[in-house]
Unconditional design. Structure first.
Length: 346
């Protein structure tokens, strides 16, 4: 069974990589050919998100719009899944093109997302377009219960399919005693400011030689000899996770962050790492029952590091975290469920 997966976002965009490109490989075993067709290439997307002049961005945006229009026409004869938006520019065919499933994993329906959370939001008009898509789609697939509750304002048919990881693709960390913990974060330029919550809290411990911090994919919000900034790539991400003792997910508390799907935590867990997280949205549930530590305050962040200095504590939390994502957040579990939903629609 063939399903066209239409989105603006190429694999370099985390959302499409996790929810579409990676899911496609796991749907094959369930007899689903998910044809992932991003309207922007990785090179074009990098240019569009860069500080380049607007005149340089217009040609790739126009090409993306043309591809999105073409793909909508080609996809008339089989099931169509739209992930977030078809094009980074409003698409004229959105009002009539087929849309069986609308998939999303952020609070893109908010009229006023935090600055930087939705790159080019002024151009995409993501809030209005996502709400229109929810109303038109036969089924809305949301990344967590918070997003699903919001979607039910616009659709009578809403399902939750979380952003997944596949633990079998990660080598679990073997935790050893360390004089200096290696703490890490994986993210993007648009979420770099969230890092300040953790970095400011942990700076005194780093000054005492208790930890080193690795941040991947960030625009540096704070400098220090104890902080190492690295560029993101799939290979670099795997190498970094193998170095870490602890992963972190600091977040401010607002309507946008309350809709986050906690993918960083799931990825750390798949690698056998405990997490320290802000108590926002789904985060607390993901680290409950001894899978990580919730930090409400600066004091909590520091106490968590001192707790996790014990290798046996890290090992047990990491084991529980990995077991949890194997049961509840793996592609192995969720791909067959999504396949069944697609068959019902067909």
């Amino acid at each position: 069974m063939r399903v066209s997966a239409l989105t603006a976002y190429p694999p370099s965009a985390a959302s499409a990589r996790v929810r579409v490109a990676a899911m496609a490989t796991h749907l094959v075993a369930s007899g689903i050919d998910l044809d992932y067709r991003p309207s922007q290439s990785d090179v074009e997307y990098a240019l569009i998100r860069s500080e380049a002049a607007s005149a340089r961005k217009l040609p790739p945006l126009a090409r993306g719009l043309a591809r999105a229009t073409r793909d909508a026409t080609l996809a008339r004869d089989h099931l169509v899944l739209v992930h977030r938006v078809r094009s980074l520019l409003p698409v004229p065919i959105e009002g009539w093109a087929r849309q069986d499933i609308f998939d999303f994993d952020d609070a893109i329906y908010l009229a006023s997302a935090p600055l930087g959370a939705l790159p080019m939001s002024w151009l995409k008009r993501a809030a209005a377009r996502s709400i229109r898509s929810m109303r038109r789609a036969r089924v809305v697939v949301a990344g967590n219960p918070t997003l699903a509750a919001a979607a039910r304002q616009y659709s009578r048919s809403v399902e939750v399919v979380p952003s997944c990881v596949e633990p079998t693709e990660y080598q679990p960390r073997i935790h050893q005693p360390r004089e200096r913990l290696v703490v890490g974060w994986v993210g993007s330029p648009s979420t770099s400011s969230y890092l300040l919550i953790a970095l400011r809290a942990l700076a005194p411990l780093a000054d005492k030689g208790e930890l080193k911090f690795i941040a991947m994919g960030a625009v540096p919000p704070l400098r220090g000899s104890w902080i190492e900034y690295r560029s993101w790539s799939p290979e670099a991400e795997r190498r970094m996770l193998a170095e870490l003792d602890v992963g972190v997910m600091p977040l401010p508390d607002d309507l946008w962050t309350q809709g986050k799907c906690g993918y960083k935590i799931l990825m750390y867990a798949a690698a056998g790492l405990p997490s320290i997280v802000s108590p926002v949205g789904i985060n607390e549930r993901l680290v409950a029952d001894g899978r990580g530590v919730v930090a409400h305050s600066t004091r909590d962040w520091r106490a968590a590091i001192r707790l996790l200095a014990d290798a046996s504590v890290r090992s047990e939390m990491g084991r529980r975290a990995r077991s949890f994502v194997e049961r509840e957040y793996s592609y192995r579990v969720w791909a067959p469920r999504l396949a069944e939903l697609m068959r019902r629609l067909a």
